[in-house]
Design a binder for this molecule. Sequence first.
Ligand code: NAD
Length: 267
Amino acid sequence: MKVKVAILGCSGRMGRNLIQAAVEHEQIELVGGSVRATSSFVDFDLGELAGIGAIGQKTSTELSELLDADVFIDFTSIETTLENIKWCQENKKSLVIGTTGFTDEQVQIIENAGKGIPVILAPNTSVGVNLMFKLLEITAKAIGDYTDIEIFEAHHRFKKDAPSGTAVKMGQVIADTLGRDLNKCAVYGREGITEERDRETIGFATVRAGDIVGEHTAFFADLGERIEITHKASSRMTFALGAMRAAAWLSEADNGYYDMQDVLGLK
Ligand code: NAD
Protein backbone atom coordinates (compact mmCIF):
# COMPACT_ATOMS: atom_id res chain seq x y z
CA MET A 1 0.00 0.00 0.00
CA LYS A 2 1.23 3.50 -0.81
CA VAL A 3 2.19 5.98 1.91
CA LYS A 4 -0.17 8.98 1.99
CA VAL A 5 1.89 12.18 2.12
CA ALA A 6 1.12 15.90 2.46
CA ILE A 7 3.68 18.60 1.68
CA LEU A 8 3.79 21.64 3.96
CA GLY A 9 5.09 24.76 2.21
CA CYS A 10 4.33 23.30 -1.22
CA SER A 11 4.68 26.57 -3.15
CA GLY A 12 8.30 27.09 -2.07
CA ARG A 13 11.44 26.23 -4.04
CA MET A 14 11.65 22.85 -2.31
CA GLY A 15 7.86 22.43 -2.12
CA ARG A 16 7.48 22.38 -5.90
CA ASN A 17 10.22 19.76 -6.26
CA LEU A 18 8.62 17.74 -3.46
CA ILE A 19 5.31 17.67 -5.34
CA GLN A 20 7.03 16.34 -8.46
CA ALA A 21 9.02 13.76 -6.47
CA ALA A 22 5.87 12.60 -4.64
CA VAL A 23 3.91 12.20 -7.89
CA GLU A 24 6.77 10.23 -9.48
CA HIS A 25 7.58 8.02 -6.45
CA GLU A 26 6.10 4.53 -6.63
CA GLN A 27 5.70 4.14 -2.84
CA ILE A 28 4.08 7.56 -2.29
CA GLU A 29 0.55 8.88 -2.79
CA LEU A 30 0.34 12.68 -2.66
CA VAL A 31 -2.85 13.69 -0.83
CA GLY A 32 -2.31 17.45 -0.53
CA GLY A 33 -0.11 20.40 0.26
CA SER A 34 -0.28 23.60 2.30
CA VAL A 35 0.31 27.24 1.40
CA ARG A 36 -0.09 30.37 3.52
CA ALA A 37 -3.62 31.85 3.65
CA THR A 38 -2.14 35.01 2.09
CA SER A 39 -0.45 33.10 -0.76
CA SER A 40 -1.34 33.78 -4.38
CA PHE A 41 -1.50 29.97 -4.77
CA VAL A 42 -4.53 29.34 -2.53
CA ASP A 43 -6.83 26.70 -4.12
CA PHE A 44 -4.23 26.10 -6.84
CA ASP A 45 -3.64 22.74 -8.55
CA LEU A 46 -0.57 21.05 -7.03
CA GLY A 47 0.63 19.69 -10.36
CA GLU A 48 0.37 23.13 -11.99
CA LEU A 49 2.37 24.52 -9.08
CA ALA A 50 5.15 22.02 -9.75
CA GLY A 51 5.05 22.64 -13.51
CA ILE A 52 4.08 19.02 -14.31
CA GLY A 53 0.47 19.66 -15.44
CA ALA A 54 -2.79 19.49 -13.44
CA ILE A 55 -3.22 16.49 -11.10
CA GLY A 56 -6.66 17.42 -9.78
CA GLN A 57 -5.56 18.23 -6.23
CA LYS A 58 -5.70 21.73 -4.80
CA THR A 59 -3.55 23.51 -2.22
CA SER A 60 -4.89 23.86 1.36
CA THR A 61 -4.43 26.63 3.91
CA GLU A 62 -5.35 24.58 6.99
CA LEU A 63 -3.60 21.41 8.15
CA SER A 64 -7.02 20.08 9.22
CA GLU A 65 -7.84 19.76 5.50
CA LEU A 66 -4.95 17.29 5.18
CA LEU A 67 -6.01 14.71 7.77
CA ASP A 68 -5.94 11.97 5.10
CA ALA A 69 -2.14 12.06 5.09
CA ASP A 70 -0.12 9.68 7.28
CA VAL A 71 3.22 11.45 6.85
CA PHE A 72 3.74 15.22 6.62
CA ILE A 73 6.82 16.62 4.87
CA ASP A 74 7.71 20.10 6.10
CA PHE A 75 10.07 22.44 4.21
CA THR A 76 8.76 25.82 5.43
CA SER A 77 10.34 28.14 8.02
CA ILE A 78 11.49 27.71 11.61
CA GLU A 79 8.38 29.41 13.09
CA THR A 80 5.96 27.45 10.89
CA THR A 81 7.67 24.12 11.52
CA LEU A 82 7.49 24.65 15.30
CA GLU A 83 3.72 25.24 14.93
CA ASN A 84 3.37 22.21 12.65
CA ILE A 85 5.13 19.96 15.19
CA LYS A 86 2.48 20.81 17.80
CA TRP A 87 -0.30 20.02 15.34
CA CYS A 88 1.29 16.70 14.31
CA GLN A 89 1.65 15.73 17.99
CA GLU A 90 -2.01 16.55 18.68
CA ASN A 91 -3.15 14.64 15.59
CA LYS A 92 -0.66 11.73 15.87
CA LYS A 93 0.86 12.33 12.44
CA SER A 94 4.40 11.38 11.40
CA LEU A 95 6.63 14.28 10.37
CA VAL A 96 9.70 14.66 8.14
CA ILE A 97 11.33 18.04 8.86
CA GLY A 98 13.54 19.46 6.11
CA THR A 99 13.50 23.03 7.43
CA THR A 100 16.91 24.20 8.69
CA GLY A 101 18.37 26.71 11.13
CA PHE A 102 16.96 25.50 14.48
CA THR A 103 18.69 26.49 17.72
CA ASP A 104 19.75 23.79 20.20
CA GLU A 105 16.62 24.57 22.28
CA GLN A 106 14.36 24.18 19.23
CA VAL A 107 16.04 20.88 18.31
CA GLN A 108 15.23 19.76 21.86
CA ILE A 109 11.53 20.52 21.23
CA ILE A 110 11.66 18.37 18.07
CA GLU A 111 13.48 15.60 19.91
CA ASN A 112 10.82 15.63 22.65
CA ALA A 113 8.08 15.36 20.01
CA GLY A 114 9.62 11.97 19.14
CA LYS A 115 8.17 10.61 22.40
CA GLY A 116 4.66 10.88 20.93
CA ILE A 117 5.09 10.58 17.14
CA PRO A 118 7.70 9.35 14.65
CA VAL A 119 9.74 12.42 13.59
CA ILE A 120 12.80 12.86 11.37
CA LEU A 121 14.94 15.99 11.52
CA ALA A 122 16.90 16.07 8.27
CA PRO A 123 18.73 19.34 7.54
CA ASN A 124 19.84 17.66 4.33
CA THR A 125 17.80 14.87 2.76
CA SER A 126 20.28 14.09 -0.04
CA VAL A 127 21.57 10.53 0.09
CA GLY A 128 25.02 11.71 -1.06
CA VAL A 129 25.31 14.24 1.77
CA ASN A 130 24.43 11.63 4.36
CA LEU A 131 27.04 9.31 2.93
CA MET A 132 29.48 12.22 3.21
CA PHE A 133 28.73 12.47 6.96
CA LYS A 134 29.95 8.86 7.25
CA LEU A 135 33.12 9.68 5.28
CA LEU A 136 33.76 12.65 7.59
CA GLU A 137 33.53 10.38 10.61
CA ILE A 138 36.06 7.94 9.11
CA THR A 139 38.43 10.77 8.10
CA ALA A 140 38.17 12.59 11.44
CA LYS A 141 38.93 9.35 13.27
CA ALA A 142 42.04 8.75 11.15
CA ILE A 143 43.61 12.24 10.85
CA GLY A 144 41.33 14.75 12.63
CA ASP A 145 43.56 15.08 15.68
CA TYR A 146 46.53 16.56 13.81
CA THR A 147 44.96 18.37 10.81
CA ASP A 148 43.37 21.80 10.47
CA ILE A 149 39.65 21.30 9.88
CA GLU A 150 37.66 23.84 7.88
CA ILE A 151 34.16 23.63 6.45
CA PHE A 152 33.13 25.63 3.39
CA GLU A 153 29.59 25.97 2.08
CA ALA A 154 27.94 27.89 -0.79
CA HIS A 155 24.24 28.46 -1.51
CA HIS A 156 21.89 30.64 -3.56
CA ARG A 157 21.22 34.29 -2.70
CA PHE A 158 17.78 33.54 -1.16
CA LYS A 159 18.97 31.22 1.62
CA LYS A 160 18.08 32.70 4.99
CA ASP A 161 20.32 30.89 7.53
CA ALA A 162 24.11 30.66 7.72
CA PRO A 163 26.11 28.55 7.98
CA SER A 164 23.83 25.97 6.36
CA GLY A 165 22.25 23.25 8.50
CA THR A 166 24.37 20.76 6.57
CA ALA A 167 27.62 22.61 7.31
CA VAL A 168 26.74 22.71 11.02
CA LYS A 169 25.93 18.99 10.95
CA MET A 170 29.29 18.31 9.25
CA GLY A 171 30.99 20.19 12.08
CA GLN A 172 28.92 18.29 14.63
CA VAL A 173 29.85 14.90 13.17
CA ILE A 174 33.56 15.81 13.19
CA ALA A 175 33.45 17.36 16.68
CA ASP A 176 31.60 14.35 18.12
CA THR A 177 34.13 11.97 16.54
CA LEU A 178 37.03 13.95 18.05
CA GLY A 179 35.38 14.43 21.45
CA ARG A 180 35.20 18.24 21.01
CA ASP A 181 32.31 20.56 21.89
CA LEU A 182 31.28 22.33 18.66
CA ASN A 183 29.84 25.26 20.62
CA LYS A 184 33.33 25.92 22.00
CA CYS A 185 35.57 25.02 19.03
CA ALA A 186 33.63 26.51 16.08
CA VAL A 187 35.01 29.67 14.43
CA TYR A 188 32.53 31.43 12.13
CA GLY A 189 34.34 33.61 9.57
CA ARG A 190 37.62 35.49 10.10
CA GLU A 191 38.67 39.11 9.68
CA GLY A 192 41.67 41.25 10.60
CA ILE A 193 44.70 39.96 12.54
CA THR A 194 43.59 36.48 13.49
CA GLU A 195 46.97 35.09 14.72
CA GLU A 196 48.15 31.52 14.16
CA ARG A 197 45.42 28.95 13.77
CA ASP A 198 44.43 26.96 16.86
CA ARG A 199 44.45 23.26 15.84
CA GLU A 200 41.49 22.50 18.11
CA THR A 201 39.14 24.82 16.21
CA ILE A 202 36.76 23.93 13.37
CA GLY A 203 36.37 26.85 10.95
CA PHE A 204 33.28 27.70 8.89
CA ALA A 205 33.17 29.82 5.73
CA THR A 206 30.00 30.79 3.86
CA VAL A 207 29.27 32.05 0.35
CA ARG A 208 25.83 33.28 -0.81
CA ALA A 209 25.56 33.86 -4.54
CA GLY A 210 23.24 33.50 -7.51
CA ASP A 211 21.47 30.17 -7.93
CA ILE A 212 23.97 27.77 -6.29
CA VAL A 213 21.83 24.81 -5.16
CA GLY A 214 24.24 23.67 -2.42
CA GLU A 215 27.98 22.92 -2.13
CA HIS A 216 29.86 21.68 0.92
CA THR A 217 33.53 20.86 1.45
CA ALA A 218 35.40 19.74 4.56
CA PHE A 219 39.17 20.32 4.53
CA PHE A 220 41.48 18.21 6.66
CA ALA A 221 44.78 20.02 6.04
CA ASP A 222 48.29 19.17 7.25
CA LEU A 223 51.63 20.68 6.16
CA GLY A 224 52.37 18.97 2.85
CA GLU A 225 48.99 17.42 2.07
CA ARG A 226 45.28 17.80 2.58
CA ILE A 227 42.10 15.87 2.07
CA GLU A 228 38.97 17.61 0.79
CA ILE A 229 35.62 15.89 0.98
CA THR A 230 33.08 17.62 -1.24
CA HIS A 231 29.42 17.26 -2.08
CA LYS A 232 27.76 19.34 -4.80
CA ALA A 233 24.02 19.36 -5.40
CA SER A 234 23.02 20.47 -8.89
CA SER A 235 19.24 19.96 -8.57
CA ARG A 236 16.75 20.27 -5.70
CA MET A 237 15.21 17.00 -6.88
CA THR A 238 17.99 15.17 -5.04
CA PHE A 239 16.67 16.60 -1.72
CA ALA A 240 13.07 15.94 -2.74
CA LEU A 241 13.68 12.29 -3.60
CA GLY A 242 15.57 11.79 -0.33
CA ALA A 243 12.61 13.30 1.54
CA MET A 244 10.27 10.75 -0.13
CA ARG A 245 12.60 7.94 0.93
CA ALA A 246 12.49 9.36 4.48
CA ALA A 247 8.66 9.54 4.41
CA ALA A 248 8.33 5.93 3.21
CA TRP A 249 10.73 4.77 5.95
CA LEU A 250 9.03 6.84 8.65
CA SER A 251 5.60 5.40 7.82
CA GLU A 252 6.79 2.06 9.24
CA ALA A 253 8.75 3.45 12.20
CA ASP A 254 7.73 3.50 15.88
CA ASN A 255 7.42 6.79 17.75
CA GLY A 256 10.90 8.28 18.03
CA TYR A 257 13.35 10.97 16.96
CA TYR A 258 15.32 9.97 13.85
CA ASP A 259 17.68 11.35 11.22
CA MET A 260 18.67 10.42 7.68
CA GLN A 261 21.39 8.09 8.95
CA ASP A 262 18.56 5.96 10.40
CA VAL A 263 16.66 6.09 7.10
CA LEU A 264 19.71 5.01 5.10
CA GLY A 265 20.88 2.38 7.59
CA LEU A 266 24.22 4.14 8.08
CA LYS A 267 24.29 3.93 11.88
P1 NAD B 1 11.14 28.88 0.27
O1 NAD B 1 11.09 30.17 1.01
O2 NAD B 1 11.20 28.89 -1.22
O3 NAD B 1 9.88 27.96 0.69
C1 NAD B 1 9.29 27.94 1.94
C2 NAD B 1 7.79 27.91 1.70
O4 NAD B 1 7.11 27.67 2.93
C3 NAD B 1 7.28 29.26 1.14
O5 NAD B 1 6.53 29.02 -0.03
C4 NAD B 1 6.39 29.78 2.26
O6 NAD B 1 5.28 30.52 1.81
C5 NAD B 1 5.95 28.45 2.89
N1 NAD B 1 5.38 28.64 4.22
C6 NAD B 1 5.92 29.29 5.28
N2 NAD B 1 5.05 29.29 6.31
C7 NAD B 1 3.94 28.63 5.88
C8 NAD B 1 2.70 28.31 6.48
N3 NAD B 1 2.40 28.69 7.74
N4 NAD B 1 1.80 27.61 5.76
C9 NAD B 1 2.07 27.21 4.51
N5 NAD B 1 3.24 27.51 3.86
C10 NAD B 1 4.15 28.19 4.56
O7 NAD B 1 12.38 28.09 0.88
P2 NAD B 1 13.05 26.74 0.35
O8 NAD B 1 14.30 27.05 -0.39
O9 NAD B 1 12.03 25.85 -0.27
O10 NAD B 1 13.51 26.10 1.75
C11 NAD B 1 12.60 25.84 2.79
C12 NAD B 1 13.36 25.29 3.99
O11 NAD B 1 13.96 24.03 3.62
C13 NAD B 1 14.52 26.18 4.44
O12 NAD B 1 14.65 26.07 5.85
C14 NAD B 1 15.73 25.55 3.75
O13 NAD B 1 16.93 25.84 4.41
C15 NAD B 1 15.36 24.10 3.85
N6 NAD B 1 16.02 23.21 2.88
C16 NAD B 1 16.30 21.97 3.32
C17 NAD B 1 16.84 21.04 2.47
C18 NAD B 1 17.05 19.63 2.99
O14 NAD B 1 17.64 18.80 2.29
N7 NAD B 1 16.57 19.32 4.19
C19 NAD B 1 17.11 21.37 1.15
C20 NAD B 1 16.81 22.66 0.71
C21 NAD B 1 16.25 23.57 1.60
